[in-house]
Design a protein around this ligand. Structure first.
Ligand code: ADP
Length: 166
């Protein structure tokens, strides 16, 4: 039987830290589905559609990775698609509480669900989507921290925000 996994997240926007988890996950599993979670649009810089497109562009070279927007409960999605593994990344102790809580509740909802954690690479431990949004909002260069094909999209988005906000 094929070993498939999901990698859920907000990816607002996707960073090289996420990519490092995805590349390693793609080697561990036969197929990895990245689930881009819906969020209140007021709380995200990019819309669900934009986030999904950016992730697609960033992982297009990985043949066993696919990307889907995701609007339901993770445990239900996994049950429906017969997927047992959920991949997550761990940066520091600060990630651990939340990740453990999610792993336990998902397992409570469906005992088949197994969370698999990959440690962040040391060069990405400090990297988060929040930090990227923060640097970019002040006009800082984030090109070192995000996939090449999405850097321009971040610059464009920040500029359009500044135009609208004056
Ligand atoms: P969420 O909103 O669910 O936290 P994110 O898109 O921020 O979604 O993150 C998705 C997953 O990727 C989480 O497990 C998070 O810990 C992990 N992650 C985020 N940034 C990094 C990084 N720099 N290195 C390793 N894992 C990361």
């Amino acid at each position: 039987m094929k070993k498939n996994a999901v990698y859920p997240g907000t990816f607002d926007p996707i960073t090289n830290g996420h990519i490092s988890i995805i590349e390693r996950g793609a080697k561990l599993f036969d197929h990895l589905i990245i689930l881009v979670a819906i969020r209140n649009e007021k709380d995200t810089l990019f819309s669900l559609e934009e986030r999904t497109e950016m992730v697609k562009c960033a992982v297009s070279r990985l043949k066993n990775v696919s990307v889907e927007p995701f609007k339901s409960l993770l445990a239900e999605y996994m049950k429906e698609h017969h997927i047992k593994f959920v991949l997550r990344g761990l940066r520091a102790v600060s990630d651990f509480d939340y990740e453990l809580q999610m792993a336990l509740i998902n397992n409570e909802l469906d005992h088949e669900i197994c969370a698999v954690f990959l440690a962040a690479q040391k060069e990405y431990i400090f990297l988060s989507s929040t930090i990227i949004r923060e640097i970019a909002s002040y006009g800082g260069d984030v090109s070192k921290f995000v996939p090449e094909c999405i850097n321009n999209k971040i610059i464009k988005k920040i500029r359009s925000k500044h135009v609208h906000n004056g």
